[in-house]
Design a protein around this ligand. Structure first.
Ligand SMILES: [Zn+2]
Ligand SMILES: [Zn+2]
Length: 366
């Protein structure tokens, strides 16, 4: 065979290998690295608070503080550029930007969603991975259960229109009865209702966030009472913030949203810069041991898990103690004479002793 043909054959072989490799990469899941935390959780509970924005870091939220202060959180993670509910809950459940999933308040109220159309939510991936698992979605705003969470995945759906207390009580009863869903999505809505009535900077609004905080505390207690927190990841997330005149725009108040996660090996950290509310989709799947789908536009959730404490600048939260300083090491005794040389003169002596020690070692005398 001519050398030229050989080269041609080699190049075409390489081309085929390259193409096959490329197809494999693009059609498979995005993250193949299974680091700490991957699949280490039996349950993921996502508690959403509509309109809470960064208010968990502004007003009194003692339950949030006690649940998350030693774990991972951030008050100013980013919402979608369009700070409207369906756009953001859509992203939080699908892991893709609002203009990719296309859900709007009108669309999820008008069109029922099944898994054959539109973007898949994390319920779809959870159902694929766990065909017999209990999945649940308890919401105040019913369109989330109608037009967003797919209707053909056997997700237990309940709606509590305009009634966060009833939603909270129902979840308490649900856990007390021994239910332990693999994936739970629950969304409180009162802070957004109050913001629309009284404005996002009103006392009434901040009181509503504090009430939501107490409801989160009750839900967390109900989970803990069943001994489930040992192998569960508990997440709080907001869809958008509020202004005096509502939401939908791109002000910092509307774009800054709380994202928080607690679990047995979640680090004590501020979520990385650039963290978004839709990263919750990736965190949830990762914790359950499901590879991140290729179309997700989320951070790598590995960053949340491990044993480090305060690996990134701690968020400024009242009541969170600083890490204690390392205890001071006593000065080491001199290797030459065995004494501790303290004080200026003694340190000079110690310096010469260290030179003696060095040369003595060099010639093998000591
Ligand atoms: Zn909303
Ligand atoms: Zn609203």
């Amino acid at each position: 065979m001519k050398k030229e043909n050989c080269v041609k054959q080699f190049l075409s072989c390489m081309l085929v290998v390259f193409l096959v490799y490329g197809v494999c990469i693009t059609s498979s899941a995005k993250s193949t690295a299974a680091g700490p935390g991957f699949g280490e959780y039996e349950h993921v509970f996502i508690i959403g608070v509509d309109g809470a924005g960064a208010a968990f870091g502004i007003t009194d939220t003692p339950y949030f503080d006690s649940i998350f202060s030693e774990y991972a959180f951030r008050y100013d993670a980013s919402a979608e550029d369009v700070t409207i509910s369906a756009q953001n809950w859509g992203s939080i459940l699908t892991g893709v930007p609002y203009n990719v999933h296309g859900f709007t308040n009108n669309s999820i109220a008008a069109t029922e969603h099944d898994s054959n159309t539109g973007a898949h939510t994390i319920f779809y991936y959870a159902r694929q991975a766990f065909p017999a698992a209990k999945l649940a979605s308890f919401v105040n705003w019913q369109p989330l259960n109608y037009g967003l969470v797919e209707n053909d995945l056997n997700v237990e759906k309940r709606a509590f229109p305009d009634n966060d207390p009833a939603l909270t009580a129902a979840l308490e009863a649900y856990f007390a009865a021994g239910n332990a869903p693999k994936l739970l999505f629950a969304v409180l809505d009162n802070p957004d209702h109050i913001a629309h009535k009284y404005g996002g900077f009103s006392d009434r609004y901040y009181e509503a966030v504090s009430e939501a905080d107490a409801q989160i505390g009750r839900i967390h207690d109900a989970i803990e009472a069943q001994g489930l927190m040992e192998n569960s990841l508990f997440i709080v997330v907001a869809d958008h913030g509020e202004t005096a005149g509502g939401h939908g725009g791109q002000s910092p108040e509307e774009l800054s949203v709380t994202v928080a996660a607690v679990g047995h090996n979640v680090k004590q950290m501020k979520l990385p810069d650039g963290a978004r509310n839709r990263d919750v989709a990736a965190i949830a799947l990762y914790a359950l041991g499901i590879e991140q789908p290729a179309d997700f536009e989320c951070f790598d959730p590995q960053v949340l898990f491990g044993e480090e404490r305060w690996i990134i600048t701690p968020p400024e939260t009242p009541g969170v103690p600083d890490e204690p300083d390392a205890p001071e090491q006593p000065p080491a005794p001199c290797k030459w004479c065995g004494e501790i040389h303290s004080g200026l003169f003694q340190q000079i002596v110690g310096f010469f002793h260290s030179i003696l020690y060095f040369f003595a070692h060099l010639f093998g005398r000591r």
